[in-house]
Design a binder for this molecule. Structure first.
Ligand code: GLN
Length: 273
C-alpha cells in the first residue's frame, strides 16, 4: 500500500470516515491531500493533536462536539457541549413551522439551544420576525454565533420558557415552536451514546418528561395571536399526552406528525380564531 496519509489512517482505532474527519480537522488538509500526501506530511505536533482527538472519540464524545459543527437543514451550525446536537428529526419541525408561518409572520422559538430552528427559519424566511430564547446564557451565545456566521437576523431573550428578560407584548406571535427537554428522569437513554455528553437540562425535565411540554401548552395562548400555531417536538411515546395537553388548553386542529421513522414526533394545534 502506498505511503499515503489515507492508508496510514486505516490503522487508527476508529472507522476510516471518522479518522479522516479528525485528521482534516486538526491539519486543515483536504480529502485529496490525504490521498496524495505521504505520512511525512504530518509533523509531531499534528500527530499529537490527532491522537488527542482520537482519544476523545474513543471515550464516546460525539463527533459534532469534537469538530465543533453539525449540518442542519443544509447549513453548518456551530455546536459545543452547552447545546444539544441538532437532530434530523428537528428538520421536520422546521418544515412544519415554515408551512404555518404567514408572510411577515412572527415566530418565537423557546429553548432554542444552538439556534438550529430559529436561525434556519430566519434564513428561509427573511421577511419573518424571529425571536429565540433559552434559559442558558451559554446556549444563547452559541445561537448568536450561528446567527452571525450564517447571516440571520433575529432577536434573543434569556429565561425559562415565557419568563424571559425581555417580556414580549401579549398575543403577537403567529407561531410558537419548541423542541424542549422531554426525556423522563431516569430514562436509560440518558446514559447512552451521544446523550451522555449533551447538556442534561436540554434533554430531560428531571421529572415525568412532560413538564416542559405542559408549561409551553399553558403559556403559548398568552403570546399567540388568535389563529396562531403551537408546534412541539416530543418523544415517540408522548403523542397522546401532548395532544391531551393542547386540547386541555383549548387548542383546536390538534394533530401529531410522525418523523421519518414513522414515530410520533411533533404535536401541533391552533389557538381558536
Ligand atoms: N430527540 C432527542 C433524543 O432522544 C431528545 C431531544 C430533546 O429532549 N429535546 O436523542
Amino acid at each position: 500500500m502506498a505511503n499515503t496519509l489515507e492508508n496510514w489512517l486505516r490503522a487508527a482505532p476508529l472507522p476510516l470516515p471518522e479518522a479522516r474527519i479528525l485528521l482534516q480537522h486538526c491539519t486543515g488538509l483536504s480529502r485529496a491531500q490525504l490521498l496524495t500526501r505521504g505520512r511525512d506530511a504530518l509533523d509531531g505536533e499534528n500527530e499529537a493533536a490527532l491522537s488527542a482527538l482520537v482519544q476523545r472519540r474513543l471515550a464516546g464524545e460525539p463527533m459534532a462536539y469534537i469538530v465543533g459543527v453539525r449540518e442542519f437543514y443544509g447549513r453548518t451550525f456551530i455546536v459545543n457541549d452547552a447545546v444539544l446536537i441538532p437532530r434530523p428529526e428537528t428538520e421536520h419541525l422546521v418544515e412544519a413551522t415554515l408551512a404555518r408561518l404567514p408572510p411577515q409572520g412572527r415566530l418565537w422559538d423557546l429553548g432554542t439551544g444552538s439556534g438550529a430552528v430559529a436561525v434556519t427559519v430566519a434564513l428561509e424566511r427573511p421577511d419573518a420576525h424571529v425571536r429565540a430564547s433559552d434559559i442558558s446564557a451559554d446556549a444563547l451565545a452559541v445561537a448568536a454565533r450561528n446567527a452571525a456566521s450564517l447571516g440571520a437576523k433575529l432577536e434573543f431573550a434569556q429565561g425559562s420558557w415565557f419568563a424571559v428578560d425581555r417580556p414580549s407584548e401579549t398575543q403577537v406571535y403567529d407561531v410558537v415552536v419548541s423542541n424542549p427537554p422531554y426525556i423522563e428522569a431516569g430514562d436509560v437513554h440518558l446514559q447512552q451514546g451521544d446523550l451522555r455528553f449533551e447538556p442534561q437540562q436540554a434533554l430531560t425535565d428531571f421529572s415525568d418528561g412532560l413538564s416542559c411540554l405542559r408549561a409551553l401548552a399553558e403559556g403559548a395562548p398568552h403570546v399567540l395571536k388568535a389563529g396562531g400555531w403551537l408546534l412541539l417536538e416530543h418523544g415517540y411515546n408522548q403523542g397522546e399526552a401532548a395532544r391531551a395537553l393542547l386540547v386541555q388548553h383549548d387548542f383546536v386542529e390538534v394533530a401529531t406528525l410522525p418523523d421519518l421513522a414513522g414515530l410520533d414526533r411533533i404535536t401541533l394545534g391552533r389557538k381558536p380564531a
